[in-house]
Design a protein. Sequence first.
Length: 199
Amino acid sequence: MGTESRVPRPPEVLADRQAIEATVTRLGREISARHRDGLVIVAVLKGSLLFVSDLVRSLTVQPVVEFLAISRYEPDSGRVRILKDLDLDVTGRDVVLVEDIVDTGLTLGFLLGELGRRSPASLEVCTLLDKRVRRILPAPLAYVGFEVPDVFVLGYGLDFAGRYRNLDMLVTADAVALTADPDAYVDQLYRSHGARGPG
Ligand code: 5GP
């Protein structure tokens, strides 16, 4: 039987809109309490797109928002290329790096090394998802949204081959089915919400 005929396992909701809102509000409160004099938020594109836009609105202090766009040479290699660097010198600033998910920790290790060399006053990490069962490199996470098991997650900024980022919830999906057909979940995830999938 070819992989094309495989019926993907139905997605499971990991966190719906309400759960995400409650978690982002909590994170905003935690960050604001520690940074009363302001901070620089460094969002890692593209996965943190939706998370950071909600997170900055939940802060009760005023942040400067900066973006870092990266691409990986290959999964789990830890080799990362900076496609778009910060517009700001963060020397002497309090920086919170915002990630969508920390998995092996290799990407984060690279980014912390890179930003650490710029001598910020402080450097903390806020991640929406922590897949700590897969960790290779220890990751100092100051703020964590949800801890997740070893599952593949889509939605609320997280993609597969550029798809599913705009889902307003976090779902788990079958990575094997997605590799065989990146659109495997479009019908289930978009039609059930009365919306059209990408493309
Ligand atoms: P790490 O270097 O920690 O292994 O990888 C982190 C990156 O891998 C994330 O920023 C994300 O792009 C990708 N990643 C890891 N796990 C998942 C997942 O469950 N879903 C999606 N969509 N991306 C993931």
